[in-house]
Ligand binder design. Structure first.
Ligand SMILES: [Zn+2]
Length: 74
């Protein structure tokens, strides 16, 4: 059973089981819905299972290709 403290630690550390803290996590496919991604995961050590929920927090490496429209810039 997850407790608020364990959940908080899990969210800060991002890995290991949120129940037993073993690094025995396996996961299913990522499923994207708009800006949220979820992944069902489970711990092979203690049998706990839950769904990780990821949310877009930022972007980086933004690029835009030059197009044939170069008239506006000299
Ligand atoms: Zn576990």
């Amino acid at each position: 059973m997850e407790t608020p403290k364990r959940l908080s630690m899990y969210l800060e550390q991002g890995d290991g089981c949120c129940n037993c803290h073993e690094y025995s996590i396996e996961g299913g496919p990522f499923e994207q819905d708009s800006i949220t991604v979820t992944q069902d995961v489970w711990c092979t050590a203690c049998g706990a299972e839950w769904t990780n929920v990821f949310k877009l927090v930022s972007i980086k490496n933004f690029k835009i290709e030059d197009t044939e429209n170069e008239a506006g810039e000299d």
